[in-house]
Design a protein around this ligand. Structure first.
Ligand SMILES: C[S@@+](CC[C@H](N)C(=O)[O-])C[C@H]1O[C@@H](n2cnc3c(N)ncnc32)[C@H](O)[C@@H]1O
Length: 398
């Protein structure tokens, strides 16, 4: 359905600037609600910068699948698609190259009882004490300057928490505790908690990590223990780089892929989460090598060709998973660089395989609370936050 008559002149101008106005029927979408309201179920147990609002996934799932169907998200981030699929009785397969994403996705889609979780948290609280490196020889991995981001007391406190969590021998419970631990890291660090990018904000550092860890437990326990008890049967989590073809057994298995790649001019996810990754024992520099290439650091518009190369292979591989008639819901944004608008979305759509048709173009109008993060990611050399909109493109395999 084309509802362009209902779009404002500004929205039509944005679509025209993006060269998306005459490709397919157009719509405007938004997801209303405060961050708190959108943090239902397990969505709120980790503050993941750059996730999409759960109603976007919910809408696509309800529109294009039925109860019992399989939904894929090959760049799953914090697992939003998995949670929304689970809540709607759909199965899902979630992939990501980032181990933090896979950890979050797992914990957000696995039931554990309130009693088991409370006991596990109590074991951590009772066994906790700050530890120097001489007592527990763990150092955050891959951080060039760990002292810059963590006070020595904070590092000892986090080391003490990690030591006791590593003693947990049930993997599911340990993963749950590791998510609470990861949620604590940024808050107690010397980095700002307001933006995805790491900026020094010395005022927010906390020497003792335990109170922050404890403050995260109640909500997370309530959320995880309210999931369906057989949740594990519905959601699979796989370490897969979308730039590699998916195994044959997965080809032509799904009616819906939800694809929300990193945007061209955005800070890498491995960098956004480098502090958490380092304390979980993963080197963000290694993960970076598998991520879709962007141009955040160098700011060179011509780098868009590398991004397009990576993303068109990614879309081709994703298409292999679709049954004929299946859809991809692609959420992606354009960018300004050096004062020029780069119509990344249109450039990417021009590369898609010929058996993939563009069925609909939706302009996504951001809700106010997203603006600060999004603004910090989009630069035009003179201004910040020039374009707060992105697109949800529905693609259909013939
Ligand atoms: C925009 S985020 C997805 C956010 C997700 N929709 C959510 O709601 O949390 C993009 C994700 O793509 C992942 N990614 C980047 N390159 C990848 C690749 N080559 N293969 C698989 N995942 C990749 C990043 O690690 C990141 O988690």
């Amino acid at each position: 359905m084309d509802v362009r008559d209902e779009l404002s002149q500004q929205e039509l101008n944005l679509l025209a600037q993006a060269k998306l106005l005459d490709l397919a029927p157009v719509e405007a979408w938004t997801a209303i609600g405060t961050n708190m309201q959108l943090a239902y179920s397990t969505h709120g147990i980790f503050r993941y910068f750059g996730k999409f609002p759960p109603p976007v996934a919910a809408h696509l799932i309800e529109k294009f699948t039925e109860v019992g169907d399989l939904v894929w998200d090959p760049m799953c981030g914090s697992g939003t698609t998995g949670v929304e699929s689970l809540l709607r009785g759909r199965k899902s397969i979630l992939c990501d190259v980032n181990p933090l994403s896979r950890l979050l996705s797992r914990v957000k889609t696995r039931f554990l009882s309130q009693e088991v979780l409370e006991q596990a948290v109590n074991r951590v609280i009772e066994g906790y004490r700050p530890c120097g490196y001489d007592e527990y020889d763990f150092l955050p991995i891959g951080l060039r300057n760990a002292e810059h981001w963590f006070l020595p007391e904070t590092a000892n406190s986090l080391r003490g928490l990690k030591r006791i969590i590593e003693e947990e021998n049930n993997d599911l419970i340990k993963d749950f505790l590791l998510v609470l631990f990861a949620s604590t890291v940024r808050i107690v660090s010397r980095a700002t908690t307001q933006q995805g990018r790491l900026f020094l904000d010395v005022v927010t550092a906390k020497e003792d990590a335990l109170p922050t860890f404890i403050s995260k437990t109640k909500k997370a326990i309530n959320a995880v223990s309210s999931l369906p008890e057989d949740a594990e049967k519905f959601v699979s989590i796989v370490d897969h780089d979308i730039q590699h073809e998916f195994p044959l057994k997965h080809q032509s298995t799904t009616k819906l892929i939800i694809l929300h790649p990193p945007y061209f001019n955005a800070y890498r996810y491995s960098s956004v989460n480098s502090l958490e990754l380092s304390w979980l024992g993963f080197n963000h520099n290694v993960i970076r090598k598998s991520e879709v290439r962007e141009s955040f650091k160098v700011g060179k518009p011509e780098k868009v060709n590398e991004y397009l190369d990576d993303m068109s292979v990614s879309i081709k591989n994703a298409c292999g998973l679709l049954v004929p008639g299946g859809r991809i819901g692609l959420m992606i944004g354009d960018t300004f660089m050096k004062g020029s608008y780069i119509p990344v979305t249109r450039m990417l759509l021009d590369t898609i395989p010929s058996d993939i048709k563009i069925e609909q173009v939706a302009l996504r109008v951001p809700k106010y609370t997203e603006a600060t993060w999004v603004a910090s990611q989009r630069r035009d050399g003179t201004a910040i936050g020039v374009n707060l909109y992105d697109f949800i493109i529905t693609l259909r395999k013939c």
